[in-house]
Design a protein. Structure first.
Length: 309
């Protein structure tokens, strides 16, 4: 059986500003440090899955600017299949402006650019690799119409889907039924259940509610408090690894990409979540989305170190 992971999603150039504190409206905060890196939830998850050991094909849409060529080189360095990376003429590659404070928290503004040019024609072209894939990994950064189109296609084809609904967008419950796994954070879970979700108890309640709509599993990520899994009769909090956070940008993407890789390998759900948690923990100790993504050896080293404690 194929072990391929097909990631369909966004690619962004990340413009990162590290500042002592987030500026208030009308305020200028000086003393920042600027960095430019590669990002986008789809690209981040594709790179994370590949570095975690997965066989990855990435379906995305870039512009025809200089960033596109740099992206292609980076994907190929990580051994990602780029045969279904498309380019749209006259459109800029997606761009994100990220502000990071001294505690490692971030605020992100995104101009989707070519990401919102990904269309049905591209998905039809990519159908052979999508059909071959063991799992298809999707995110909420896709255009809402495209996300629904792809989900409808996966339902018809009976494909296994891991959906990370980030950023949050309303989604009909009928789509949840067919997911293999839904991964959301507290805020995103709140969007789906229609109320604020904050803290472990409310996250558990939201996960239980979402689980009634799907035959698959539900994971609600809780940041420093770990992850809560609901799957069949299993109800479990998986603790996070304790690290000093420098930049949390992309940590959820690292988690999802690594999780997909672990599940495709055949790891049990709790083992896969711990593997993904280790990868995410490493990533927050570094600056930038893709530069922070760890290798398989680094993930296994952290797991080994924690097991020895």
């Amino acid at each position: 059986m194929s072990q391929k992971i097909a990631v369909v999603g966004s690619s962004n150039i990340d413009l990162i500003m590290q500042v002592p504190s987030f500026p208030k409206p009308g305020e200028t905060v000086a003393g920042g440090v600027f960095t430019q890196t590669f990002g986008g939830k789809g690209a981040n998850q594709a790179v994370a899955a590949a570095r975690a050991g997965g066989d990855v094909v990435f379906i995305t849409c870039l512009g025809t600017d200089s960033y596109a060529e740099n992206f292609m080189e980076r994907f190929e360095e990580d051994n990602i299949d780029t045969s279904n990376v498309f380019q749209e003429p006259g459109v800029f590659t997606g761009t994100a402006i990220i502000t990071v404070d001294e505690n490692g928290q971030n605020c992100i503004s995104v101009a989707p650019g070519a990401n919102y040019k990904l269309n049905e024609r591209h998905i039809i072209t990519a159908q052979p690799v999508l059909r071959e894939a063991r799992v298809i990994l999707l995110q909420g950064e896709l255009h809402p119409e495209m996300l629904r189109y792809i989900l409808n296609w996966t339902i018809k084809e009976e494909k296994k889907v891991l959906l990370n609904l980030a950023p949050a967008q309303p989604l009909e419950k009928e789509f949840l039924k067919h997911l293999a796994i839904l991964v959301v954070n507290e805020s995103e879970a709140g969007t789906l259940v229609g109320r604020q979700v904050k803290g472990i108890e409310q996250a558990q309640q939201a996960a239980e509610e979402l689980a009634t709509f799907t035959d698959g599993g539900v994971i609600v990520s809780l940041g420093k408090n770990g992850s809560y899994l609901v799957k069949d009769d299993l109800r479990q909090i998986v603790p996070a690894f304790k690290v000093k956070a420098i930049d949390t940008t992309g940590a959820g993407d690292v988690y999802c990409g690594s999780l997909a890789s672990a599940l495709v390998e055949g790891m049990a759900p709790l083992e896969a979540i711990r593997f993904a948690s280790a990868a995410a923990a490493i990533s927050v100790t570094r600056l930038g989305a893709q530069p922070s993504i760890p290798s398989r050896d680094e993930i296994e080293q952290l797991l080994s170190t924690e097991n020895e404690k």
